[in-house]
Design a protein around this ligand. Structure first.
Ligand code: ATP
Ligand code: MG
Length: 391
């Protein structure tokens, strides 16, 4: 009997209603194919599923690792593809069945030319399985294992038992673009991951204070962005030299307001870059009360420096442990934990204000000489890096 292993992909069907369906699917298929760059395979699209076929068996695990990171896919199964023939189906069902416990067989029949309906086919295959393995029993309601038989119109059937959960969410690129303020810490990469999961294409902006921060600190962010590309696709990273501005804040502003003002300028620059690059939102890794600059008051004062765009803070209600778990999962943890200085930690005030006052912040910021020019220069001299999708 000819049975070959294929991978069956399912997408989140609830998003597939109405006129967005085409856009959604087109993008999802593009993203799947992009994620499989360098692998030989055949991609088959049917009414509500995709199949990856004709690949080298050795590539199977690699394919699974990659497609489980593509947002918009709900789950996958490794299926056996066999010609639709009752004897072949019987044999395949036996080969996929456990040796003991309860089971059920669930058949879906798109091929209406067969002489049996789906219930009758399930009953026939179940009966045969029982005759072959005496330690099995049928349980239609709470089976220990379930075998699915998908009979397609093209003369082939797909038989599978396990489902592997994929990344879910929405395909990257279906919800516009977001400019992620990306530091070398644990939080901001997770924030980018979460917004990409809602379909946002991610761009990144990083501020560094070379030579106060090292080349290693900057490389750390590039490496983190690289890890994120596995989920987000290619990322354009804007690297902004923040040294002069940080120095000026230090020179002109009240010490306890330094961080507050630094944040305000960061988001102002980020918004300008975002607007220039057709982003519809800023994204930060802020989490309420995690540090002094993340109180409601602090966030209010920072937010005031953003004029047009919404600021998405997907981690705002998450615990540090939950954030760390996600960082582990997306493999940014081990890079984030490297000790290199972030620009925020240079010139760190001893006692940063916890509940900053907006008027004071504005007044202090206004003391910085030629700030507009410095911001303009920082943007003019921004270094743009294309971080290509890693596989
Ligand atoms: P993270 O772990 O993301 O660094 P954090 O807990 O250290 O966050 P803060 O340092 O207060 O928090 O930064 C809050 C947010 O500001 C970060 O999540 C990030 O979005 C942004 N941010 C901080 N530093 C930088 C930087 N050097 N470049 C770009 N964005 C930054
Ligand atoms: Mg930080």
């Amino acid at each position: 009997m000819e049975a070959k292993r294929v991978i069956l992909l399912r997408y989140g069907e609830i998003f597939l209603k109405g006129k967005n369906r085409n856009l959604f699917e087109k993008r999802l298929i593009e993203n799947i194919k992009k994620s499989l760059t360098g692998i030989d395979y055949k991609f088959i699209r049917t009414q509500n599923r995709y199949y990856i076929e004709d690949f080298d068996e050795c590539a199977m695990q690699d394919i699974i690792d990659r497609v489980t990171k593509v947002f918009g896919l709900h789950s996958l199964s490794i299926a056996l593809k066999v010609p639709t023939d009752y004897d072949a189906l019987k044999e395949t069902v036996v080969s996929l069945s456990p040796s003991e416990g309860s089971f059920r067989i669930t058949t879906k029949r798109a091929d209406k030319t067969l002489d049996k309906n789906s219930m009758q086919i399930s009953a026939m295959l179940g009966g045969y399985l029982l005759s072959q393995k005496s330690n099995l029993s049928v349980d239609l309601y709470f089976p220990k294992s379930e075998i699915f038989v998908d009979i397609r119109e093209n003369g082939y059937s797909y038989v599978f038992s396990d489902k592997i959960l994929c990344a879910q969410g929405m395909p990257v690129g279906t919800a516009g673009r977001g400019m992620l303020l990306l530091s070398g810490g644990f939080d901001s990469p997770v924030a980018g991951y979460r917004m990409a999961r809602r379909g946002m294409q991610i761009m990144g902006v990083h501020y560094h204070s070379y030579p106060h921060t090292s080349e290693m600190a900057r490389q750390k962010v590039v490496d983190i962005a690289g890890k994120l590309t596995k989920y987000c696709g290619d990322i354009k990273l804007f690297v902004v030299k923040f040294t002069d501005i940080q120095q000026a804040i230090h020179t002109y502003c009240r010490e306890d307001y330094m961080i507050t003002i630094m944040r305000r300028i960061m988001v102002e620059i980020a918004e300008k870059l975002a607007l220039d690059n057709k982003c519809g939102a800023l994204i930060t890794g802020e989490s309420l009360a995690q540090v002094a600059s993340q109180t409601t008051k602090s966030i209010t004062v920072t937010n005031d420096a953003v004029k047009y765009l919404p600021v998405f803070r997907p981690l705002i209600g998450m615990d540090k442990y939950e954030i760390m778990d996600t960082a582990e999962k997306i493999d940014t943890y081990s890079i984030s934990e490297l000790p290199y200085e972030d620009c925020c930690t240079v010139f760190l005030p001893k006692n940063p204000v916890i509940k900053p006052d907006l008027e004071i912040a504005i007044k202090e910021q206004a003391k910085i000489k030629d700030l507009d020019k410095m911001i303009e220069d920082a943007i003019k001299n921004v270094e743009i890096m294309e971080i290509n999708q890693e596989f």
